[in-house]
Design a protein around this ligand. Sequence first.
Ligand code: SAM
Length: 253
Amino acid sequence: MSIYREPLYYEIAFSFIKPSKQIDLFEALIKKYSKIKTVSFLDIGCGPSPQLLELAKRGYRCTGLDLCPNMLKYLAGKAKAAGCKIETKKADFTKFTLKKQFDFAMMMMGTIGYIDSAAKLASHLKATAKALRPGGLYLIENFRTVRRKERFFSPQTWMLKKNNIIVRVGYKIEVRDSLRGLETETIILDVDDHGKKHLFNQKACIKIFSPQEFFQALKATGSFEFLGWFDRETLKSTKLPKLGNYTLLRRKE
Ligand SMILES: C[S@@+](CC[C@H](N)C(=O)[O-])C[C@H]1O[C@@H](n2cnc3c(N)ncnc32)[C@H](O)[C@@H]1O
């Protein structure tokens, strides 16, 4: 069963992130690299998007795009409860069209890995370029282009708790097809919700693009400038993409 149909448990499982700090960093990147005034944000593969909630609280216009209706319903509900507005759009991020254009787009938490072919990556970049205003930024978090660390393949486990719900998480990535850069990602959520137990086990195919494949797709799309790989803690630009990097693109004018 897909863990993405369980937004609350998913959000608790990944609640180690600090959205306020992330948005401070985005604002710093916008100040330095965006060529346009930034008032609207699109989160692609948004899930429960604590980032959009933080942005909406700061007064930005926000839209979340996801394929999973449960995630979108949960996100809209959180925004309503917080007294702000987040628009939602159910769509496939490898082929979408939106009526509005945005000043900033983002794809967080390695979601880009679910795009598992060069053709789909080119189609995704084309769709995202159309959804962005010229001069606006596209930030991709954790674009895994290099398998440099053994740790990448070591299973990880952790536990997080919120309002008497305990979520134990198992995460691992195993080689599926090394020639094509395909991996199998397994996420297990072992949930204790006020004494009620649930077990979710999700397996998905993810792709590790080499920098060459990524630049080829960018070139084929022709709509983005590559601004660099950035360390997501310090925003220092790095020669090679570190795990957890921010990859920054700007829509050509
Ligand atoms: C790793 S989660 C990331 C969620 C959130 N952005 C975060 O940072 O925690 C991936 C999200 O992408 C969505 N997703 C997966 N494949 C998709 C597709 N082809 N089109 C749109 N959304 C997709 C899933 O439903 C899920 O919410």
